[in-house]
Design a protein around this ligand. Structure first.
Ligand SMILES: [Zn+2]
Length: 165
């Protein structure tokens, strides 16, 4: 049963493609897509990179490299117009937003306090991207990039298993 995007249901006029009820406990990603994501993050050094993962059923099917509108070694913000276009593209392709990724150029693959804060509408525990997994690519050891996935539901950080196919 498709209950529709939460923000639409609540009349906020913002399109969200995923549903919190189907947040996967495992995120599956093809080796090629994982490589695309890591390569994007390496190219953007020394700044953070960010992107969107689209797919269905907890499986990544497309990686969207996004423009970091606030580039810095410890900051990112997806360019809003580009984000709007990508979310529309995901919707039209019949996929869901399954994840958001960003890099940590010099720190571990674990959500920072700011990452947790940014996961919710200001002052609430209502997630900005309900159901989306947060993927963090750590390049602290450039020879061995670390990629981990998390859910940030209700203020708690929980790791989501990343299964590389
Ligand atoms: Zn971060």
């Amino acid at each position: 049963m498709n209950r529709g995007p939460i923000a639409e249901r609540e009349g906020k006029g913002i399109f969200l493609t995923s549903d919190p009820l189907i947040r996967p406990s495992v995120l599956m990603i093809a080796r090629a897509d994982l490589d695309t994501m890591v390569q994007h993050c390496v190219e953007r050094l020394p700044n953070e990179a960010c992107g969107i993962l689209a797919g269905s059923g907890g499986r990544v099917e497309q990686v969207y490299r996004m423009t970091n509108a606030r580039p810095g070694p410890a900051s990112y913000e997806m360019e809003p117009a580009e984000q709007f276009r990508v979310l529309k593209d995901i919707r039209q392709s019949g996929r869901s937003l399954v994840g958001i990724y960003h890099s940590h150029p010099g720190s571990p693959a674990y959500p920072s306090g700011i990452d947790v804060e940014k996961a919710y509408w200001p002052g609430t525990l209502f997630p900005n991207y309900p159901g989306a997994v947060q993927v963090i690519v750590s390049l602290a050891d450039l020879q061995h990039p670390a990629v981990r996935a998390y859910s940030l539901d209700e203020g708690a950080v929980a790791e989501v298993a990343l299964k590389v196919e």
